[in-house]
Ligand binder design. Structure first.
Ligand code: DAH
Length: 353
């Protein structure tokens, strides 16, 4: 028994694989194994000797089983580590060779805008593309016969049974109203999304995207609006000293209102953002009109707010040098391959490079 024990111990110790170990188990513990066979000797023993002999075999079995188990888990760990070594795959490597799809510049630009405003504490809200007259116009201080309604080239839906006319929203500003109706100030929200106007040429498509920004708090003023917008423009275009100009303007939903221009140069047909002595208009903004706050159920004596609205394709065209707006929606693969962004190789969201 001692010999068998010794040789089992040696073979288990030297087993090099799970397969070896299984062979060893069969050799000693299998039906015809050396330890199992020891039972056969029972017949030649006296009744007094049998219990001690039986006990000794059981002890030997337990001992060998424990050794087998321990060795098995040791070998499992070794084999697993070897596999992990062999099969290493760097999942962070971009699949340059197999790359097929691309991120559309509009999606990319929205991501960049969200990331910049996100760092300033803004959250994202969305609203319906089919709007009622109240949210798209009236609540925004655009009364029934206001010229702004015509300027918007609105797509109207047929009137419903209550004679209510829904519209494809002409701007993202109705989400301002919906945000003020549902959130309690203070809040900072941006609302990117689709907008619709009946217009089509090199700089207009019937569907395009805007982003609305709205801040409502106690004690906010025009200086906050300016700081916020200047910060956004410089981050978005990746130009730290980008000149930003606020030009007095008019919107029914803001008072005072400003259009915002960024400094650029246009030399030999080449546009360069930053520096230079030219200006490019990029967005509309202003302090939220007290009527608008009231229409959305907020007390203008207590709260102030500021807002901006900006065309997403427009700033994407400026940043990425895309000449014609209509090409965004041609679904031309060559265009998408050229202007699109690789999914795993996105430019730095804050700098777009
Ligand atoms: N809604 C305006 C448009 O579509 C853009 C706009 C201007 C939005 C000024 C604003 C704002 O929030 O303050 O032309």
């Amino acid at each position: 028994m001692e010999e068998i024990k010794k040789s089992a111990e040696d073979s288990i110790l030297n087993a090099g694989s799970i397969k070896d170990l299984e062979d060893i188990r069969v050799k000693y513990m299998g039906k015809k194994g050396e330890i199992t066979s020891l039972m056969k000797n029972m017949g030649s023993l006296s009744n007094e000797e049998k219990p001690a002999y039986g006990q000794a075999i059981n002890n030997l079995k337990d001992h060998v089983n424990t050794l087998l188990d321990n060795k098995k888990s040791e070998l499992n760990t070794i084999e697993l580590n070897a596999r992990l070594q062999d099969e290493t795959l760097d999942v962070t490597l971009p699949p340059y060779e197999t790359f097929e799809g691309s991120i559309h510049p509009v999606t990319q630009t929205i991501e960049e805008i969200i990331s910049i405003f996100g760092e300033m504490g803004f959250t994202v809200a969305e609203g319906p593309n089919i709007e009622d007259d109240w949210h798209n116009f009236t609540a925004l201080n655009i009364p029934e016969y206001h010229p702004a309604r015509q300027e918007h080239d609105t797509f109207y839906l047929p009137a419903d049974e209550n004679d209510q006319r829904f519209v494809l929203r002409t701007h993202t500003s109705p989400v301002q109203i919906r945000t003020m109706e549902t959130q309690k100030p203070p809040f900072r929200v941006i609302c990117p999304g689709r907008t619709y106007r009946s217009d089509s040429d090199a700089t207009h498509t019937p569907m395009f995207h805007q982003v609305e920004m709205i801040v409502v708090e106690e004690n906010v003023n025009f200086a906050h609006l300016k700081g916020c917008i200047i910060e956004f423009c410089r981050k978005f275009f990746g130009v730290d000293d980008l000149p930003v100009r606020f030009r007095p303007s008019f919107f029914p939903f803001t008072e005072p209102s400003a259009e915002v221009d960024i400094g650029c140069s246009k030399k030999d047909g080449a546009l360069k953002i930053g520096g230079g002595d030219d200006w490019l208009e990029i967005l509309g903004s202003g302090m939220i009109h007290p009527n608008v706050l009231k229409n959305a159920g907020l007390d203008p004596e207590k709260y102030q707010g500021f807002a901006l609205g900006m065309g997403i394709e427009r700033i994407a065209m400026l940043k990425y040098g895309i000449a014609d707006l209509r090409t965004f929606y041609d679904s031309d693969l060559r265009w998408l391959r050229h202007y699109g962004f690789k999914a795993l190789q996105q430019p730095n969201l804050l700098r777009g490079e």
